[in-house]
Design a protein. Structure first.
Length: 95
């Protein structure tokens, strides 16, 4: 089951692959429980100039029984990707 973990703070000095380590710690799970993950959103939080961070929203794929147990955690919800509508280009000129 794929879950979205929002507002995950990682120091701007860390590499992007460090985000998985932070997510595992926050959810209190093992690395082996994670089937896959990907970054959905990455934003820079520079409000505190001495502590600049990246805020991530990630999608993490874990086993369903464990996912249902974690679904009640803060900032955690099931991932349901929205299908985008097809873009249709016209042939009329805009004045």
């Amino acid at each position: 089951m794929k879950l979205i973990l929002r507002e995950l703070s990682v120091s701007a000095l860390k590499e992007d692959k460090h985000v998985l380590f932070v997510a595992i710690q926050k959810l209190n799970i093992k690395k082996d429980d994670v089937k896959s993950f990907f970054v959905l959103r990455k934003a820079l939080d520079a409000r505190n100039k001495s502590d600049i961070k990246f805020k991530y929203s990630i999608v993490i794929d874990i086993d369903t029984p464990l996912a249902k147990k974690l679904i009640n955690e803060k900032n955690l919800s099931e991932y349901n990707p929205k299908k985008q509508e097809e873009i249709v280009f016209g042939d009329k000129k805009i004045n």
